[in-house]
Design a protein around this ligand. Structure first.
Ligand SMILES: [Zn+2]
Length: 94
């Protein structure tokens, strides 16, 4: 990924619950970003596609899993949150 801290980007992310974990967290899936003066850059990491095609998506923290249909309210994965904050991205609520 070529984004850098301090670069203003709009992050398209979707918190998704990893169904396989004991401790459940909503992980942040980065689906793409929009540079300040550019066009949306998709990262081929779409939660919707993952649900439809049963293909895995990758969270910021490196977790890879097939997204479920009914994400519920779980605390945001601390690692995902840390990475997003370090990159200067705005966080989804959680
Ligand atoms: Zn995570």
């Amino acid at each position: 990924m070529s984004t850098q801290p301090g670069v203003e980007v709009i992050v398209h992310s979707t918190p998704q619950v990893d169904e396989g974990d004991h401790e459940r967290f909503a992980h942040i899936v980065l689906e793409g970003y929009t540079p300040k003066d550019g066009e949306f850059v998709p990262l081929d990491n779409s939660v919707v596609d993952g649900m439809i095609n049963a293909t895995p998506v990758k969270a910021l923290c490196g977790k890879v899993w097939v997204p479920g249909r009914d994400p519920q309210k779980y605390p945001l994965c601390p690692t995902c949150k840390e990475i997003a904050a370090a990159m200067g991205w705005s966080l989804p609520n959680g």
